[in-house]
Design a protein around this ligand. Structure first.
Ligand code: NAP
Length: 463
């Protein structure tokens, strides 16, 4: 007799990926349960992309007030109220959280506001209630958590991005350790809202995985806006002082701050939930090792999103959750395409990129043409703002295919979403050139770059 289970699918983790998998599986007719020990919505909705972007919008109003003067406005001396921003942001997060729960319930998903622990490959214990349930398939969608460098004296005085969304007041001074997504985004927010902002970074360059042109231009833009960037140095200690914190670096600097934000990457949430005990294999970073169909080393246990640490972005987790649901219960055989994924950094200015960086292209191709332009956007003419847009296209000279597009400037993420479509459809430089410009826009510069700014051939390696 076939084994019977309480559920066809039990999803551990109610973030973007887990919710999508549960909801779609429920709609396919499966009996589904989901457990979330925090708030449904996960990192992105509750303590990541969404509140971050709302705060970035808030920070960008500083530019709008300043720029308006050149257009004839007199905005006076704008004031900013942190408590209003946090309260309104929280209301929006509450709305999204409720919408996520409603969506699950409408799809017939049983939601447990509890911590789920694997007891065996098909059995789960809900830690709070002690109840045990069984499921034919278990989907691990537990995401990750921010790393905190607790190995240094006073390390426990530092905070992570989680706490940034609920600080009691806008910091006057903030030290941000790291120079990846989180660091650059919060540097923009804090600087824009008026905090004295310092980045402390162990390497010689910010945003290390990004294209060299983007890295250089972003660093210059951030410094011009008054963000201090200290490279090639590490945090040594943090101590409490009469008026806040004092961070000391190995390089001998002493930096006073109200908060020290550690923005040094994230670790998959795989510990303490019975995964290893059930035989699930993890990689060196603690991520669940999965195949193209999100299957772990244990039959019946799957994993999606940040916990499998492939491309740690919300839309990727959602796509993976959709694929799992469609494959398990929708009669499909979907393999998620992890290529050509657009990335954005919602700093000030913003960054949008898709495809290969210059370094990656040189490693994989023999002949490249680079089309690169920097220009002052029309909006900055009357305002007098001295900030430029950068657009870079990387073209495979042999096939004319666009390999990468990299943009810095306001609305770069919006532009890059559409460039990602073009690249997915196999855009060539000839196709870009044949596209009529839309004037006057920033984006028209993408279709009006006629002559390569540089060419590179592997034989000569001449740039
Ligand atoms: P990240 O982008 O991977 O950057 C980590 C930064 O910390 C790097 O600058 C890295 O330096 C540095 N670092 C790593 N370990 C360190 C250590 N032990 N001591 C000192 N510095 C260290 O990580 P993140 O900014 O924390 O963001 C986490 C992830 O969340 C991202 O990778 C991304 O997947 C996601 N996220 C995405 C967005 C978005 O899509 N806009 C926004 C926020 C977060 P090196 O350069 O030297 O390695």
């Amino acid at each position: 007799m076939a084994e019977t289970f309480d559920y066809d699918l039990f999803v551990i983790g109610g973030g973007s990926g887990g919710v999508r998998a549960a909801r779609v599986s429920g709609r396919h007719g499966a009996r589904v349960a989901l457990a979330e020990s925090s708030r449904v919505g996960g990192t992105c909705v509750i303590r990541g992309c969404v509140p971050k972007k709302l705060m970035a919008y808030a920070a960008r109003f500083r530019d709008a007030f300043e720029d308006s003067v050149g257009y004839g406005w007199n905005p006076g001396e704008p004031t900013f109220d942190w408590a209003t921003l946090i309260a309104n942001k929280d209301r929006e997060i509450d709305r999204l959280n409720a919408a996520y729960i409603r969506g699950l319930e409408a799809a017939g998903v049983a939601v447990f506001h509890d911590r789920a622990v694997l007891v065996s490959p098909n059995r789960i214990r809900l830690a709070g209630s002690g109840r045990e349930v069984t499921a034919r398939t278990i989907l691990v969608a537990t995401g990750g958590h921010p790393n905190l460098d607790t190995g240094i004296p006073g390390g426990d005085l530092a905070i992570s991005s989680d706490e940034m969304f609920h600080l009691p007041a806008l910091p006057k001074r903030i030290l941000i350790v790291g120079a990846g997504y989180v660091a650059v985004e919060f540097a923009g927010i804090m600087n824009g809202l008026g905090a004295e902002t310092t980045i402390l970074h162990r390497s010689g360059e910010i945003l290390r995985p990004f294209d060299v042109s983007i890295r250089d231009a972003m660093q210059a833009a951030m410094e011009k806006r008054g963000i201090a960037i200290r490279l090639g140095d590490r945090l040594a200690s943090i101590e409490r002082t009469a008026d806040g914190l004092l961070a000391r670096t190995r390089g001998g600097a002493a930096i006073a701050a109200d908060h020290v934000l550690m923005a040094i990457g994230r670790t998959p949430n795989t510990r303490g939930i019975g995964l290893v005990e059930a035989g699930v294999r993890l990689d060196g970073n603690g991520a669940v090792i999965v195949d193209a169909h999100h299957r772990s080393s244990v039959p019946g246990i799957l994993a999606i999103g940040d916990v499998s640490n492939r491309i740690n972005l919300t839309p990727v987790a959602i796509r993976e959750g959709q694929a799992v649901a469609d494959n398990l219960f929708g009669g499909k055989d979907v393999v998620v395409d992890h290529t050509g994924v657009p990335h954005a950094v919602f700093g000030i200015p913003e960054i949008g990129v898709v495809g290969l960086t210059e370094e990656e292209a040189k490693a994989g191709y023999a002949a490249l043409d680079f089309f690169e332009t920097t220009f002052k956007p029309m909006r900055n003419q009357l305002s007098g703002r001295d900030e430029r847009v950068l657009i870079k296209l990387i073209v495979d000279a042999a096939t004319d295919r666009i390999l990468g597009c990299h943009i810095i400037g306001d609305e770069a993420p919006e532009l890059i979403q559409l460039m990602a479509v073009a690249l997915k459809l196999g855009a060539t430089k000839a196709g870009i050139d044949a596209t009529m410009a839309l004037h006057p826009t920033v984006a028209e510069e993408i279709v009006t770059m006629r002559t390569p700014s540089r060419s590179w051939r592997r034989e000569t390696a001449a740039s």
